[in-house]
Design a protein around this ligand. Structure first.
Ligand code: PMP
Ligand code: GLN
Length: 394
């Protein structure tokens, strides 16, 4: 306290330390297998790492890169959007490189919101959304995805989404493929979101960092729907696609007006970041299709390994269509209902760390019995985790 006031402003007091930091520290402290925070335990392709080393040695990016990002990366991003999705963006005016998707989302909120504006986000939502909305003085309005145990999926109720829009709604903060549920929104669902945005004249910030990690269905960028290009900020990141989460190279694409607005905020957060890594990510984005197919096949096999193992261990399993997370229901284990208590006790009980989904909810009771495990780990690590978890039930 100073001047009789807490040091941390009231916009941030509810957030505390992120669950990822807490749970990764717990994993280190207890020597547990960390299936909590989503980071791969194997680095991405050697040639991409070597490209970063080369850039460092050749003095490319060791001084401030240009504010919007190095031209090589901006062009690689627009080529990627064109090649994968048929979306044409101008690398000079419609792309902005950011310090990971995290900064992109924060800058978008700071740029696009006035205090009091409402932001609709799919609940459970990635934790930085709530904090970014709060830092911008916005008000989050969660729309809850509903678990359907029979199909093992989570679904969006489009009627509830529609009902959440008010005259104060400024934007929808979308996430597909969705962390933590693994839901991939279908073409019909996305068309409905797009229709609502057009009808109510809303902006959409769409977090598509798991765009390449889709095992069932397909990833369709929201910006590809009619009338959406001019009202959509698309966010992605190299962290998930190339397994270099520590490099923190992210980006947005959008209309010149939207990109200029987001850049106005971003330039005062970091100005620029990750100079040499930007060159390496430019090369990574040009890897052949076989790279992306290999990544997907590897993670699909790991999804199956972990999902099957968790089901055998007695968890209720929501098999993800995308991302590298699987959400489970702990109630079938017998007597367990509180995911927080479960995750705090799990290292002591069997040497595994997971994330309680309740942290991603405003309606905490709805998330209480659900726990998320990451499967972006070596197969032998997942097998060991499963064998430990099998000792829990009964
Ligand atoms: N969005 C989602 C849905 C995520 O899961 C993550 C986590 N890595 C991020 C954004 C942040 O990405 P980055 O590490 O590129 O900041
Ligand atoms: N996105 C990662 C996850 O969901 C965590 C990133 C972070 O720690 N901020 O596990």
């Amino acid at each position: 306290m100073t001047q009789g006031r807490p040091l941390l402003n009231r916009r941030l007091t509810e957030f505390g330390t992120t669950i990822f930091a807490e749970m990764s520290a717990l994993a280190v402290r207890t020597g547990s297998i960390n299936l909590g925070q989503g980071f791969p335990d194997t680095d991405g392709p050697d040639e991409v790492r070597e490209a970063a080393v080369r850039a460092l040695r050749d003095g490319r990016g060791n001084q401030y890169p240009p504010g919007p990002g190095v031209p090589e990366l901006r062009t690689a991003i627009t080529d990627h959007q064109q090649r994968r999705y048929g979306l044409a963006y101008n690398p000079d005016t419609e792309v902005l490189v950011t310090a990971g998707a995290t900064e992109a989302i924060a800058a978008a909120m700071l740029a696009l919101l006035e205090p009091g504006d409402e932001v609709i986000a799919l609940e459970p939502y990635y934790d930085s959304y709530a904090a970014s909305i709060a830092m911008a003085g916005g008000i989050r309005v969660p729309v809850t995805l509903h678990p359907e145990p029979a199909s093992g999926t989570y679904r969006l109720d489009l009627g509830e989404l529609r009902a959440a829009v008010t005259p104060r709604t400024r934007l929808i903060l979308l996430n597909t493929p969705h962390n933590p549920t693994g839901t991939v929104l279908t073409r019909e669902e996305l068309a409905a979101v797009a229709g609502l945005a057009r009808e109510r004249d809303l902006l959409v910030v769409t977090d598509e960092v798991y765009e390449h990690l889709v095992f069932e269905g397909e990833h369709i960028p929201l910006a590809s729907f009619p009338g959406m290009r001019e009202r959509t900020v698309t966010v992605s990141s190299a962290g998930k696609t190339f397994s270099f989460t520590g490099w923190k190279v992210g980006w947005i694409t959008g209309s010149p007006e939207l990109v200029t607005a987001v850049r106005s905020a971003k330039q005062f957060l970091t100005y620029v970041s990750a100079g040499p890594f930007q060159y390496a990510v430019a090369e990574a984005l040009r890897l052949p299709d076989s790279y992306y197919e290999g990544l997907r096949a590897d993670l699909r096999a790991k999804r199956d390994l972990l999902s099957t193992g968790l089901a055998e261990a007695g968890f209720g399993v929501y098999r993800p269509a995308g991302t590298y997370f699987v959400t489970t229901d702990i109630r079938p284990l017998g007597g367990e209902r509180d995911g927080f208590a479960f995750c705090r006790a799990l290292p002591g009980r069997c040497g595994v760390v997971a994330i309680p989904n309740a942290v991603f909810y405003d309606h905490r009771d709805q998330g209480a019995p659900f726990v998320r495990f990451a499967f972006c780990k070596r197969a032998d690590v997942l097998e060991e985790a499963v064998s430990r978890l099998k000792g829990l039930a009964g």
